[in-house]
Design a protein around this ligand. Structure first.
Ligand code: GLU
Length: 499
């Protein structure tokens, strides 16, 4: 069997982590099995609250970004085109006509008001809500009259009133449902658009899809779809329901837990390999203990539906950050520089477009913070002090100042450093270190008692990359300016105190 897998996103907003994980699993299954992977846009829900056409670009970008390009989709076309459901309406109408003719579906003329009232009554009585099948047994004369009057209608699937439905889900095993408990599902809406149940079934069949991976929330709809396949005489594909994704409080992952959509991950600066690695582990594991960092090729080699659990997966933001930090550290500095520059432009730390000089500066400083970055957006805070006009005490960390710029040797230290640094024939970390050690000796203090105050005086903080690499990148002018300003202000304030 040639495996054909599909991802079927609806354009309802920027793809959610659940969608992204499904897409990754689809792509992996196709890769692993030497099959093909198609992406189909399910845009038949046209209600303004759901239909967000601008998210189509996001869906496309997310696939490109994650590096999970399909063999066929609306972007490139393919043998089953069109891949957009709103462009396939005649195909659904043909199937609807077939179902009506064979008596497996019926027109329902019930008004919204009637359905609403029915739902309320069911609620009050504490019985499960569902359509009461009034139109299922409408006398043919009424049916003809309503049709002739042009009354709006939907088409519903006539579910069997007896018998059982079997689904062999590779993740959840055998699932049996009684047909009589299923609702008569709407297949075609009054606006002429099909619902998901009909459109997805028709397309999966026409496109020759062999494997359907979808969220657990669709589990309840499986009997209706299987019945549809049965009455149409079509082969049922493998249908697997992926585990739900929960937040750390074990409630369904939502905005309350933090942002969950593709746009946010991009804005924060998560690398594609980190996202793929992290998302794939939300419900799948290799079976090897403590195996968490996996390259895409290692994942492809190991991937199978057997490794997917039915148990809920917990979305741990800290773990994602940790993993992203790992992949940032593993990256070539050139890549990280290129990815960080847009963040610095947006933060106004570089001009837009940056000058050659600014790019040179960014190239020197970004690698100094690469080790500490967990997301690319953190670069702004991490390297801010390299750019900002520090004007002591403005922009200085108060605690750092009170701890390190109050030591008794501070004035002597700053004065000697200014002289020594100014006289350096070459400005690099080695010569800066040598000069600093010489000053330390003259002062007769510990090296740390020089390094910390110098760092605070030149960067405004106590943490950062190696001091001498920092000073080298900061450059002579900025370093001396900052030392001089601090020295002058400290002198002024001590004179003021002694007066
Ligand atoms: N369009 C559906 C969704 O976005 C697809 C469900 C499925 O994969 O069958 O949830």
């Amino acid at each position: 069997m040639v495996v054909k897998v599909r991802y079927a996103p609806s354009p309802t907003g920027s793809p959610h982590v659940g969608n992204l994980r499904t897409a990754i699993y689809d792509w992996l299954l196709a890769k692993r099995e030497g099959g093909s992977f198609l992406v189909r846009l399910e845009d038949t829900d046209r209600s303004p609250e759901r239909y967000a056409p601008e998210s189509i670009a996001d869906i496309e970008e997310s696939m490109r970004y994650l590096g999970i390009l399909p063999d066929a989709w609306w972007v490139t076309g393919g043998s089953d085109a069109p891949y957009v459901q709103s462009q396939r309406l005649p195909k659904y109408h043909l199937v609807i006509d077939r179902l009506l003719d064979s008596g497996h579906a019926y027109k329902c003329f019930c008004t919204k008001e009637r359905l609403e009232k029915m739902r309320q009554e069911q609620q009050e009585r504490g019985v499960p809500s569902g359509y009461d099948r009034r139109c299922r047994n409408l006398p043919p004369s009424d049916m003809e009259r309503y049709t002739a009057e042009g009354l709006p209608f939907v088409v519903r699937l006539k579910m069997p009133l007896e018998g059982t439905c079997h689904l062999n889900d590779p993740i959840r095993g055998d699932i049996t449902n009684e047909y009589r408990l299923q609702d008569d599902q709407v297949l075609l809406k009054s606006d002429g658009f099909p619902t998901y149940f009909l459109a997805a079934t028709v397309d999966d069949h026409l496109m020759g899809v062999t494997h359907v991976l979808r969220g657990e929330e669709w589990l309840g709809s499986a009997p209706k779809m299987i019945h549809l396949y049965e009455v149409l005489g079509w082969e049922v594909p493998v249908i697997a329901h992926l585990p739900v994704i929960l937040g750390s409080d074990r409630k369904k992952l939502s905005k309350r837990h933090g942002a969950t959509n593709f746009r946010w991950f991009i804005e924060q600066g998560y690398l594609p390999e980190a996202l793929v690695n992290f998302l794939v582990l939300l419900g799948w594991s290799t079976g090897e203990e403590n195996r968490e960092i996996l390259s895409v090729n290692e994942i492809i080699d190991r991937f199978s539906l057997d490794g997917i659990t039915e148990h809920p997966a917990i979305f741990d933001y800290e773990k994602l950050k940790w993993m992203n930090g790992y992949y940032i550290r593993q990256s070539e500095p050139g890549r990280i520089i290129g990815l960080c520059i847009p963040y610095l432009i947006r933060a106004g730390l570089l001009s837009n477009p940056p000058t050659t000089e600014e790019i040179g500066y960014a190239r020197r400083i970004i690698p100094l913070e690469q080790e500490r970055m967990k997301t690319l957006s953190e670069v702004v805070d991490l390297v801010g002090f390299f750019f900002e006009e520090l004007n002591f005490p403005q922009g200085y960390d108060e605690k750092a100042v009170s701890k390190w710029l109050t030591v008794s040797h501070i004035q002597a230290l700053l004065e000697q450093e200014i002289v020594a640094f100014d006289a350096l024939p070459v400005w690099n970390s080695a010569s800066l270190e040598q000069a600093t050690r010489a000053v330390t000796e003259t002062l007769g203090v510990k090296f740390a008692e020089v390094v910390h105050p110098t760092r605070v005086a030149t960067t405004g903080r106590t943490v950062g990359p190696g001091l001498f690499e920092t000073l080298e990148a900061l450059g002579k002018d900025r370093t001396l300016d900052r030392l001089r300003t601090v020295s002058k202000r400290i002198e002024q304030s001590s004179t003021a105190v002694s007066l």
